[in-house]
Design a protein. Structure first.
Length: 84
């Protein structure tokens, strides 16, 4: 199986590193296409579809899209388990 991944993060982002490592640990036989990193949420929202289509055209069987849990509009928001 060939998997393509699209990330909101930058090319050196932790999301990319962790997800690629996780896929390799889950199944070393999965082929990972070169990941797409779009840098921010507006780019992800506007460009994700065309990159997903290209990854499918390049032979990916599945596409994984990863973005930050925190909404960009709420930069001062913290999860309830973080005090202060």
């Amino acid at each position: 199986m060939k998997v393509g991944m699209i990330f909101e993060c930058d090319p050196d982002g932790a999301d990319k590193s962790v997800c690629e490592h996780l896929v390799r640990m889950l199944d070393p036989d999965i082929e990972i296409a070169p990941s797409v990193t779009l840098g921010n949420k507006p780019n992800l929202l506007s460009e994700c579809g065309s990159f997903a289509a290209q990854l499918l055209a390049d032979g990916c069987d599945r596409i994984i899209i990863v973005w930050d849990l925190f909404r960009a509009c709420c930069t001062n928001w913290k999860p309830s388990y973080i005090k202060g």
